[in-house]
Write a protein that binds this ligand. Structure first.
Ligand SMILES: NC(=O)c1ccc[n+]([C@@H]2O[C@H](COP(=O)([O-])OP(=O)(O)OC[C@H]3O[C@@H](n4cnc5c(N)ncnc54)[C@H](OP(=O)(O)O)[C@@H]3O)[C@@H](O)[C@H]2O)c1
Length: 285
């Protein structure tokens, strides 16, 4: 039976591949991203040959409450039974090079927004006999790598959210799935990440491979999947004995240090650090 899907991050490399695969099998899809031009153009392209109204574009920011409310409105009108939380922003570099605003934006986009969107859409999904939330995570959500501390924290969080929610909702109509791609050839990875991946021998997949795995999971496949053989093995081992593996990432540290383009934030000196002041308590007789 065909599904009615909300797909975030639809204009990205993996999002486009998932959108194409869903439309090809007859699903109705609401494509979500921030860029109105891009998502509108994509909806027109993918809508050609599809039944009228099968593809809709929605330009919103998922980190904003009004953006998520707009998604809920459209999903309610279209009786959506599937949410694919795929949108994310990348983060790479030594922790000292990542400023506060960047760290907050990554956690807001990659972790907080999918949780809030899932919660907001649950009443719509629960109207169906069978509904699905598919969260797109990452290998780095179960295997911490040098240079990906903040991104990894967001994806570890998304995996934990998926696992707990899957168990919380397991006696109801909503299935919760977690798909963890390994490196994938999209614009998400800039030249610095590509260089790091080359230096560390990290293999990558085409986005179509991720889309095929996503569709197989929506069709009743496993609730969690890590793509790529060495990666799937590494995440299992890491889950069992994480500190045993700590010595295995020298090449990754070298590759991270070789990246001279990372901006390094100035370290505050003692002279510029404000001295804590004590506010005297008022005494009441
Ligand atoms: N590429 C990889 O190597 C790789 C590996 C493992 C996992 N993943 C995961 O796979 C998913 C898709 O990645 P990708 O490679 O396709 O990335 P991508 O090509 O950079 O696409 C990211 C998408 O998210 C959208 N987006 C970002 N922030 C948003 C916001 N605040 N509100 C709404 N939409 C937003 C972007 O559109 P706008 O900018 O127009 O909003 C774009 O459509 C992500 O969850 C990523 O973490 C990727």
């Amino acid at each position: 039976m065909s599904a009615s899907v909300v797909l975030t991050g639809a204009t990205g490399g993996i999002g486009r591949a998932i959108a194409r695969a869903l439309i090809a099998r007859g699903d109705r899809v609401v494509l979500v991203s921030r860029s109105a031009d891009e998502v509108g153009l994509l909806a027109r392209q993918l809508g050609q040959g599809a039944p009228p109204g099968a593809v809709e574009a929605l330009a919103v920011d998922i980190t904003r409450a009004e953006g998520r409310a707009a998604i809920v409105r459209v999903a309610t009108e279209r009786r959506c039974d599937t949410l694919v939380n795929n949108a994310a922003i990348p983060s790479f570099g030594p922790i000292e090079a990542l400023d506060d605003a960047h760290v907050e934006a990554v956690i807001a986009t990659d972790l907080v927004a999918p949780m809030l969107l899932t919660r907001a859409l649950l009443p719509v999904l629960r109207l169906h006999r069978r509904a699905t939330v598919l969260n797109v995570g990452s290998t780095l959500g179960r295997l911490g790598l040098p240079g990906f501390s903040v991104y990894g924290a967001a994806k570890f969080g998304l995996r934990g959210f998926s696992e707990a929610l899957r168990r919380e909702l397991s006696d109801g109509p909503v299935r919760v799935l977690h798909l963890a791609p390994r490196a994938t050839r999209t614009a998400f990875n800039d030249a610095r990440v590509d260089a790091y991946n080359r230096a560390t021998g990290t293999r990558s997949d085409p986005p179509e491979r991720v889309a095929a795995a996503a569709v197989a999971m929506l069709d009743g496949g496993p609730a969690e999947r890590f793509l790529g053989f060495p990666e799937a093995l590494a995440v299992r081992l890491n889950g069992l004995v994480p500190t045993w593996l700590d010595g295995a990432f020298g090449t990754h540290r070298t590759a991270l240090r070789a990246d001279r383009t990372a901006p390094v934030l100035p370290t505050p000196t003692l002279a510029t650090t404000p001295t804590p002041t004590t506010i005297p308590l008022e005494t009441h007789e």
